[in-house]
Design a binder for this molecule. Structure first.
Ligand code: HAM
Length: 428
């Protein structure tokens, strides 16, 4: 029986034979993940990891019953004790559950978390959209000031810049609080009602369940109708407006370019005030690289203390795909500094010992283990891009001297076997 991978998911592998799927190469993932870790540390965020599944109810309460994620895309299942669980479709809900359950707020009022976790959404597969995707996310808790919004956005923006990404658009908007949104929704519905029959079926459905989401409809006819609707910003109170304007002035000061998008509402119900998304024109339909916003009500709604919070999630698949699409200089697969080729049984043992000694000295060393002709060994050294090669045969063991060959210059240097480590260290 031959097994194949489930639909909508993918393997991350050291060597990806299909050039179109090069973004699935593990060294690219390691590179981006390491950058995410080091950037998070630089900005004072500490790692948090939560389980892959949580009670399904947690996601209903946080993301919202009427959202696509909860109503259509969740992987929900019952365990052997009949508990209703779900694979996490996003990171914020689980992180908040953990924050409250572990009482992390008792240690310090301000908490800054980051995570690199996989998420699960039953979506229609297309480029940039998968049923298991990976997010680099951060959540900053405890500070209501727009300074915190600016720090979170600056982290996402500079992280993407550091990876070499270009043509990024930071779209930003304020959703105010639920009171302002309620008055806006009333007016929005009144404005849309005369056009109800012209709306796309999806927007007609959203009219009842989640009318704000009509604003980010991609349907061309909906978009035309939406030109007539008033903007949510007109319904914000003074405090909400001030928060937003202060954030914009901080972004100006930090020289982070942005576009105010009055139609940006995001697909999760927990947001208040600031929402943002970073998009790129180089990805096709799934153009959102990362998105987030403020969710000041959520911790309290889940039974924790009143804690303002803001965060983002950025999709690693889309980041790596954009890096490739934009011809960013990519890291290479790590190559051994030295490749040892033993010829004969005695040489094999000696070469293995030597390889271990090189590794103890933190030199990336690889050893040939198969019986092959020297020519085939050299081809292998070339394939793995070894910088130096040493052939260890009877003669070399007897004389305790070896030829250290540079694969780049083809030059050979005769050295004592005992000097190998210091010689390599001097040359690299
Ligand atoms: P989200 O916008 O649903 O937000 O997802 C964040 C990012 O994950 C998206 O911008 C996109 O890059 C990536 N993504 C989402 N779904 C898929 C998919 N099916 N395939 C590939 N990539 C995908 C959240 O999840 C929020 N929890 C973000 C947040 C954190 N807000 C506050 N804190």
């Amino acid at each position: 029986m031959k097994y194949s991978i489930a639909k909508g998911v993918f393997d991350i592998v050291p060597f990806e034979p299909d050039p179109k799927s090069f973004w699935r190469s593990s060294h690219l993932w390691q590179f981006v993940e390491e950058k995410a870790r080091s950037f998070s540390t630089l900005y004072g965020f500490q790692e948090i990891r939560t389980p892959i599944f949580e009670s399904s109810e947690l996601f209903h309460r946080t993301i919202g019953d009427a959202t696509d994620i909860v109503s259509k895309e969740m992987y929900t299942f019952r365990d052997k004790a009949d508990r209703l669980l779900a694979l996490r479709p996003e990171g914020t809900a689980g992180v908040m559950r953990s924050f409250i359950e572990k009482g992390l707020f008792q240690h310090t009022k301000r908490n800054k978390f980051f995570y690199l976790m996989s998420m699960f959404r039953y979506e229609r597969q297309q480029l940039g959209r998968y049923r298991q995707h990976h997010q680099f996310g951060v959540e900053a808790l405890g500070i209501a000031s727009p300074m915190q919004d600016a720090e979170v956005i600056a982290l996402l923006y500079s992280f993407l810049k550091e990876l070499g990404l270009k043509n990024l658009a930071l779209q930003i908007h304020s959703l105010g609080t639920s009171k302002s949104r309620e008055s806006y929704k009333k007016v929005l519905k009144e404005t849309l009602l005369p056009h109800f029959n012209e709306l796309s079926p999806e927007s007609q459905q959203r009219f009842q369940t989640n009318c704000l989401r009509i604003l980010d409809s991609k349907d061309p006819k909906d978009k035309q109708i939406l030109k007539k609707v008033p903007h949510l910003q007109e319904f914000l109170n003074t405090e909400e407006k001030e928060h937003f304007l202060e954030l914009l002035s901080l972004l100006d000061m930090l020289q982070i370019p942005y576009v105010i998008n009055p139609l940006l509402v995001r697909g999760l119900d927990y947001y208040d005030h600031t929402v943002f998304e970073v998009t790129t024109s180089d990805l096709g339909a799934q153009n959102s690289i990362g998105g987030g916003g403020r969710y000041d009500r959520l911790v309290e709604e889940l039974g924790g203390p009143n804690t303002p919070a803001i965060g983002f999630g950025a999709g690693l698949e889309r980041i790596i795909q954009t890096m490739i699409a934009q011809n960013v200089t990519l890291p290479e697969v790590p190559a051994p500094t030295i490749y040892l080729i033993p010829l004969g049984e005695e040489a094999k043992k000696r070469a293995l010992l030597l390889t271990m000694q090189l590794r103890d000295a933190k030199i990336f060393a690889e050893i040939a283990m198969e019986e092959k002709k020297l020519k085939a060994h050299m081809r292998q050294a070339d394939l793995i891009r070894a910088k130096y090669v040493v052939v260890l045969g009877e003669e070399e063991i007897k004389t305790e001297r070896i030829q250290l060959k540079s694969m780049q210059t083809e030059c050979e240097k005769n050295i004592a076997l005992t000097d190998l480590i210091s010689e390599i260290k001097n040359t690299i």
